[in-house]
Design a protein around this ligand. Structure first.
Ligand code: NAD
Ligand code: ZN
Length: 308
């Protein structure tokens, strides 16, 4: 019975997105259009602190205009912690609750934005929403702008956060973005090592979705294309960032349907207890999983060889 339900459940995707090099340049127009359409007045941007000084992100103040606020979130030291999210929510509430949010950064800042959008309209600590379907009130509308490809956070209904006791997502439709700006040019400044580890997160999402017991035709189709684009990106010399941005989104869609698998289950303790960042923790574990993921691990090793 439960398998039958899994087979027929068609989950929601992000309803609107704009894709292509240069789409970030349209942000002012997008903000105007969304404000007009929904009657929004003020926006708050949550941006990766490390991007603050570099173009085009240093122009963000001009994009958001006089009714906009910009908050910077530091992701250098650790993955998003529930305490940091509670502190940011308090800071935003003390200033002014925005009508909509824009998150700009890698998976960490996208997850922070998703969590903040939930907590601005739902009382209690961030930690109390870790788990599945715990959100009661509709969240603040949010736009996601990924600057690093691989986690699929831009597509998923999960905001992964770490509390004092666990690393676990807020898994709820309320966490999903309402609009995405997917501009592959934004990822060009990512250093090669980070690009590889976050890219492998995508490859592993795809493999876990395809090989998982909850896979259906939808998840399989997303995962298959995500895996193909990852392999193309990391095995060929002529690299197109649009391939990885597409792979990341599709990989995120695949795990919404199919969930992650043994590699993620084993990698979470590496992050929680030893502080390994998500992509690297997954890569360390996946390297040892040929018994479960066979030829996919062989291909992973080839991508490592090609990259190092
Ligand atoms: P990240 O967001 O933690 O960023 C890693 C580093 O890359 C940071 O130093 C950041 O400043 C830098 N960076 C980002 N964009 C850059 C750019 N354009 N130029 C230069 N530097 C840039 O890394 P990530 O791997 O994208 O995200 C990892 C997080 O995502 C983890 O917390 C993980 O748990 C989470 N995650 C979430 C989901 C989901 O569905 N919500 C899925 C997988 C992983
Ligand atoms: Zn992952």
């Amino acid at each position: 019975m439960s398998n039958q339900l899994i087979d027929i459940k068609i989950l929601k995707n992000v309803p609107e997105l704009i894709f292509g090099e240069g789409s970030f340049g349209k942000l002012e127009e997008i903000i105007d259009e969304i404000s007009h359409k929904h009657g929004f007045r003020n926006v708050a941007v949550i941006m990766d602190q490390n991007l603050r000084e570099s173009a085009p992100f240093n122009e963000i103040g001009n994009y958001v205009g006089p009714n906009g606020s910009v908050y910077y979130f530091d992701v250098s030291g650790k993955e998003p912690h529930t305490d940091d999210i509670d502190a940011l929510v308090k800071q935003i509430k003390e200033a002014e609750i925005p009508d909509f949010l824009i998150g700009i950064g890698g998976g960490s800042v996208l997850d922070v934005t998703k969590a903040v959008s939930v907590l601005l309209t739902n009382d209690g600590a961030c930690e109390s929403y870790q788990g599945w379907n715990k959100v009661k009130n509709p969240p603040v509308f949010k736009i996601g702008i990924p600057t690093l490809s691989g986690t699929g956070s831009e597509a998923s209904r999960t905001a992964v956060v770490t509390s004092a006791t666990k690393k676990q997502g807020i898994n709820d439709d309320a966490a999903r973005f309402d609009f995405l700006v997917l501009d592959p040019a934004l990822t060009k400044t990512v250093n090669p090592q980070q690009r590889f580890f976050t890219g492998m997160d995508c490859y592993i999402h795809a493999v876990e979705a395809m090989e998982g017991t909850m896979c259906n035709e939808f998840a399989g189709a997303y995962a298959d294309k995500a895996r193909e684009l990852c392999v193309k990106y990391f095995m060929e010399d002529d690299k197109n960032p649009a391939d990885m941005m597409t792979a990341s989104y599709l990989g995120g869609c695949s795990i919404v349907y199919s969930e992650v698998g043994i590699c993620h289950a084993l990698s979470y303790p590496l992050s929680f207890f030893y502080g390994y960042r998500h992509g690297m923790a997954n890569a360390i574990v996946f390297d040892h999983l040929s018994e479960y993921y066979g030829e996919h691990v062989g291909l992973f090793k080839k991508m490592v060889e090609k990259t190092v």
